[in-house]
Design a protein around this ligand. Structure first.
Ligand SMILES: Cc1cc2nc3c(=O)[nH]c(=O)nc-3n(C[C@H](O)[C@H](O)[C@H](O)COP(=O)(O)O)c2cc1C
Length: 378
């Protein structure tokens, strides 16, 4: 069982006395010890074949693990073939998907100190579109599939029209998330993140802009949270007690009539009350309005607000690209973990570079130990 101490955010004051820079202090969630505070944020790579991952994901995720990220998150990995964004999206909807994922997990665990989590998702009304580099929201034509949503409302004017989900659909998708979680366990993942953000299926239930249901799964915030919480409970029931579950949310919708930070705090509290271990705080992308392109740590105030209001751990994400930012966010108690997405594409070795700059000597892979002497002379 997790102790309260393991799941409560640490006080910023205790951090000040520690000679280890904040970004290199391990973080515990249930039985999982993450060796530092930097996370490879989930990023769709659109390079799977029929949902099956391969050499690309091994090298892409493996190199960020060699690079020192404390937690490497997979891209959004879909619980059904028709729950993908595009034909190139990764999956965990059939037993054949397990071994290729296990190859990635085994590599990361055997060769590096990083821990590895999988983001489970269903794309909902944002599905059935081409891969990112061929993107239009116009759909795939004959190659597409039926998409589903809380209500028959398109993501954007030129998106495919989704079918409103029935109660049977809700039960079926919930069961798919649980089955994918069982397969994630077989593959050996340390953590599951449920994608409840960015307008994908679970997120679209949470937002009043996408959810107009009147059947107990829409309306009040409690009703809009019902399906995401059912999915969480189904996954929690099959996921081992000592392994944590996180939830990525869009804390605010950035749009009139949508969720505000007060809603973001209320949704997070419901997730924590149900047993979610950490909320990964993103925002927007719920409608085609997406979100404003703001500079700086524009989403960290949402993480900070949720962490302070609930007293529970959060991850922050958005425009983080320096060790100084990570150290300040952790030291000031604005989040417990910092997710870097695009900066990790630029610098897979971000954490090792930051460690050297701060006089830390991280565990080097045995194959790379000779670099130590060179660094000492640098
Ligand atoms: C290429 C790309 C793919 C992404 N795919 C996902 C995804 O699969 N799941 C997710 O939650 N967020 C996804 N995101 C959002 C990132 O995880 C992150 O929240 C966002 O890029 C902001 O962080 P950054 O400023 O460090 O890039 C993606 C972002 C990029 C750039």
């Amino acid at each position: 069982m997790p102790t309260d101490a393991a799941t409560q955010p640490s006080a910023p004051s205790s951090a000040a006395a520690d000679p280890v820079p904040p970004m290199f202090r391990p973080f515990t969630l249930r039985g999982l010890i993450i060796p530092n505070r930097v996370v490879l944020s989930p990023m769709c790579m659109y390079s799977a074949v029929d949902g099956t991952v391969g050499d690309f994901q091994l090298v892409h995720l493996g190199s960020r693990a060699y690079g020192g990220a404390g937690l490497v998150m997979t891209e959004m990995t879909n619980v059904r073939a028709d729950g993908r964004i595009s034909p190139g999206c990764a999956g965990l909807w059939k037993p054949e998907h397990v071994a290729p994922w296990k190859r990635v997990v085994d590599f990361v665990r055997a060769q590096t100190a990083s821990r590895i989590g999988i983001q489970l998702a269903h794309a909902g009304r944002k599905g059935s579109v081409p891969v990112a580099w061929d993107r239009s929201t116009r759909g795939l034509g004959a190659g597409g599939w039926e998409i589903i949503a809380p209500s028959a409302i398109r993501f954007s004017d030129d998106s495919p029209m989704p079918r409103e989900m029935t109660i049977d659909d809700i039960a079926a998708i919930t069961a798919c998330f649980a089955q994918s979680a069982r397969w994630a366990l077989e593959a050996g993942f340390d953590l599951i993140e449920l994608h409840m953000g960015h307008g994908y299926l679970l997120s679209s239930f949470m937002s009043p802009l996408a959810n107009r249901r009147t059947d107990g799964y829409g309306g009040s915030i409690e009703a809009r949270m019902r399906f995401p919480l059912e999915v969480f409970r189904a996954v929690r029931a099959v996921w081992p007690e000592e392994r944590p579950i996180s939830a990525r949310i869009s804390a605010i919708d950035w749009e009139k009539g949508g969720n505000t930070i007060e809603d973001g705090i209320a949704m997070s509290q419901m997730l924590f009350d149900a047993g979610v271990d950490i909320v990964d705080v993103s925002s927007g992308n719920v409608t085609s309005e997406r979100r404003p392109d703001l500079p700086g740590l524009f989403q960290t105030p949402f993480s900070e607000a949720i962490r302070k209001a609930t007293g529970k751990p959060t991850m922050t994400v958005g425009n983080i690209k320096s060790a100084e930012e990570v150290n300040a966010i952790i030291a000031e108690g604005r989040a417990d973990l910092c997710c870097l997405a695009r900066w990790h594409l630029y610098d897979p070795y971000f954490v090792r570079h930051a460690a050297h700059a701060q006089g830390m000597d991280p565990d080097w892979p045995k194959q790379y130990l000779n670099v130590r002497r060179m660094l000492a002379q640098a």
